[in-house]
Design a binder for this molecule. Structure first.
Ligand code: SAM
Length: 227
């Protein structure tokens, strides 16, 4: 099973020998890849829709992992009980939906559980939700596919609630700390965020709103990128 840079970055955060729950599995490429590479003990691959569940079952059977990867139709983490060393992946969904799924989940506030999240939008809101609910962001990665840059968050429950700066919510503290891992990618990521912020500022100016805070954030972004 070949997987792309985005799913490879997600996979890199899955612990060796973990029990995996892949929420919104769709084609089940991620669990198949991890099973094929001997990285997981077993997996529950779930999806809210029957079509993706069927597609997952077909791919899993074709690859010979039907005894290791169970497919279940479910809304988010409904009915799921984490075991010891459980890694929960929620990838390819909006940040607001990921927050909703986490909010309704049971048993995830445990040191045994790791959350690996790849939101498609509203990433700062997801970071804020994690910090406000006692989850510590242990690491983050950026992955580029064609022109798109994806953000992958690895979090675990610590019980310590935090509030962090707007810049940290926008870029991710770990992405900032590790910017030298791939400076070109980090600069492109800053530029993408700056472009969105400039657009927001232009809209606010048209409406006559005060843009002071946004302009200060834009300057912080410029400095992060240049440093
Ligand atoms: C864009 S696909 C992402 C597939 C895969 N996780 C990936 O990252 O490549 C999103 C999947 O999430 C499923 N989904 C959407 N809302 C869901 C929910 N509340 N619970 C479980 N699955 C959901 C959709 O049916 C779809 O198959």
């Amino acid at each position: 099973m070949e997987i792309t840079a985005r799913l490879l970055a997600v996979a890199s955060f899955v612990r060796e020998g973990a029990y995996l729950c892949d929420v919104g599995t769709d084609h089940a490429y991620l669990p198949i890849y991890l099973a094929e590479n001997g990285r997981i003990r077993a997996c529950l691959a779930s999806d809210i829709h029957e079509g993706p569940c069927e597609s997952a079952r077909v791919h899993i059977a074709e690859n010979g992992f039907a005894d290791m990867i169970e497919v279940k139709r479910a809304d988010g983490l409904a009915g799921f009980v984490p075991r010891e060393k459980t890694d929960i992946v929620i990838a390819g969904m909006g940040g607001a939906l990921i927050c909703e799924i986490l909010e309704k989940a049971e048993g995830i506030k445990s040191a045994d559980v790791r959350l690996i999240l790849q939101p498609m939008r509203n990433v700062p809101d997801l970071r804020a939700y994690l910090y406000a609910n006692g989850f510590d962001i242990r690491d983050e990665k950026l992955a580029r596919e064609d022109e798109r840059i994806y953000e992958i968050i690895c979090a675990e429950y610590s019980g310590e609630k935090r509030s962090v700066s707007e810049l940290s919510l926008l870029l991710g503290e770990k992405n900032i700390a590790n910017k030298t891992r791939d400076r070109a990618l980090f600069s492109a990521f800053c530029e993408k965020q700056a472009a969105a912020l400039r657009k927001k500022i232009a809209g606010m100016r048209t409406g006559g709103a005060d843009t002071g805070a946004e302009e200060a954030l834009l300057e912080e972004l410029r400095m992060q990128s240049a440093e």
